[in-house]
Design a binder for this molecule. Structure first.
Ligand code: ARG
Length: 470
């Protein structure tokens, strides 16, 4: 190769080579190489389309397909030699193909790296969403199993990190299931939005050549439920649109925040102060100094990684916000944040599912914490309301009852009946029946409430859903 024309892909117009620093700042192959198999899939479909419209011969198409398959094999076996001076994954593959097949010089007909990378990323997003949904399902399964095997354990639920009302441990875990189900919906809608083919948009304004966009879209699986191909409708939008990057990164950030909040609950429950759960040895670490320590590092790291995912979403918005249409090289930086969000979320989900399977409950500590009669103060209000007392008055009365228990230094459920009756005549001897957690939960039998029946129903439905997907 002529030294002057080292950069053969676009070198024709140039007298000299780019400086080493230009190569350094310009290369993306160090991270976009992970698009390689999607790029090859895109090139296979593009070549088929070129043959279909008569731009390539059958022989040329076969040679190109064989060459691309051969390159895919070397990439999969790890022997492909990536060259940073060729900038990106697209040029690396094109150059390798040129060494194998003379017709490689025709492959880029009616195509630009701008519509090529947009296509690669849409294919990548579709697979990434499928992988994340499957991992979210594993976490949901882990939560449902943990909820079911600890169905009788009740813990205090908290607001303001103050004990509020008793809730089955299962109800708390199933709250996270609801969040992860919404995450699945979010990734499903990113998948739908990815399922539109930008190929044929060229650099910015399509092509004068007689291409068949629908043919290529269909070959790449960008089709609706009836198998009809779906293609983008504006070539300028298609090469500069990065909405999917925002949506994907936002979906990852939201899911990361859900994982982070769950991690925080487990970190608290695992502390000596709470002592409700014990995390498995496999997902905790010791201290280099303090021999007694068993730290919840896995959950702490999951909490930390959510910050990274939030940052990645922010990076993408900032990257794109001031760009004029259409493609600007800044957009090359769009891949790192989405790859990172995918990697961090995938890992966080895998670690969460594995940790959940090793969690043990300290039932005695849960019982001790939930036995505080103050947790049922609201139920006394309901008791009075059922006797005809107005809610605000009932609330005030029970407040006085709590004050009385503090004054007499007696637990709420052991106050002498005469003193209680003296507060309000609506109290009858049966008022102490309120202090039954089983009763308190059984009576919360409306949809979405924590009665054992409702929880059983929800678990049954979730298991059916998971079985359907399996
Ligand atoms: N590596 C480039 C990117 O990811 C591919 C598109 C290059 N297009 C261009 N006009 N230089 O953004």
């Amino acid at each position: 190769m002529n030294e002057k024309n080292k950069q053969v892909t676009w070198g024709g117009r140039f007298k000299g080579n780019p400086s080493e620093l230009m190569l350094e700042i310009g290369e993306s192959v160090s991270f976009d190489h992970r698009l390689a198999l999607y790029d090859i899939e895109g090139s296979r479909a593009h070549a088929s389309m070129l043959k279909h419209v008569g731009i390539l011969t059958q022989e040329e198409l076969e040679a190109l397909h064989q060459g691309l398959d051969q390159i895919a094999e070397t990439i999969q076996s790890g022997t492909f030699k990536w060259d940073k001076s060729l900038e990106d994954v697209h040029m690396n593959i094109e150059q390798a193909l040129t060494q194998l097949v003379p017709a490689a010089s025709k492959l880029h007909t009616a195509r630009s790296r701008n519509d090529q990378v947009a296509t690669d990323m849409r294919l990548w997003f579709k697979d990434a969403c499928v992988s994340l949904v499957s991992e979210l399902e594993s976490v949901i399964k882990g939560l449902v199993e943990c909820a079911e095997s600890n169905a009788t354990v009740v813990i205090p639920g908290y607001t303001h990190l103050q004990r509020a009302q008793p809730v089955p441990f299962a109800h708390h875990l199933l709250a996270y299931v609801e969040m992860f189900m919404r995450d699945i919906d979010r990734f499903a809608s990113v998948w739908d939005a990815s399922n539109i083919c930008p190929l044929g948009s060229g650099a910015i304004a399509g092509t004068t050549l007689p291409i068949d966009r629908l043919f290529a879209a269909e070959a790449l699986g960008f089709v609706d439920d009836e198998g009809n191909p779906i293609v983008t409708q504006n070539s300028m939008d298609a090469v500069s649109d990065r909405d999917l990057f925002f949506d994907f990164a936002n979906a990852c950030a939201t899911s990361g925040v859900h994982l982070s909040r769950m991690a925080e609950d487990f970190i608290l429950w695992n502390s000596s102060e709470f002592g409700f759960v014990q995390l498995p040895d496999a997902f905790t670490t010791g201290s280099s100094l303090m021999p007694q320590k068993k730290n919840p590092d896995a959950f702490e790291l999951i909490r930390g990684k959510s910050a990274r995912m939030i940052g990645n979403a922010q990076t993408l918005f900032t990257l794109v916000k001031g760009l004029p249409l259409t493609y600007n090289r800044d957009l090359q930086e769009d891949k790192l944040p989405v790859f990172d969000s995918f990697d961090q979320l995938m890992l966080s989900l895998q670690v969460t599912a594995a940790t959940l399977s090793g969690i043990e409950l300290n039932k005695a500590r849960c019982l001790e914490a939930v036995s505080d009669p103050l947790l049922l103060a609201t139920d006394i209000v309901d008791y009075l309301v059922k006797k005809g007392v107005a809610f605000r008055d009932a609330h005030h009365l029970v407040g006085s009852l709590v004050q009385l228990s503090e004054e007499l230094e007696l637990p709420l459920d052991q106050l002498p009946f005469e003193k209680v009756k003296a507060l309000d005549k609506s109290f009858d001897e049966d008022w102490v029946s309120v202090f039954s957690i089983d009763k308190a939960l059984a009576e919360r039998s409306g949809v979405g409430m924590p009665s054992p029946d409702q929880i059983k129903k929800r678990i049954g439905l979730l298991k059916e859903l998971l079985d359907e997907k399996a």
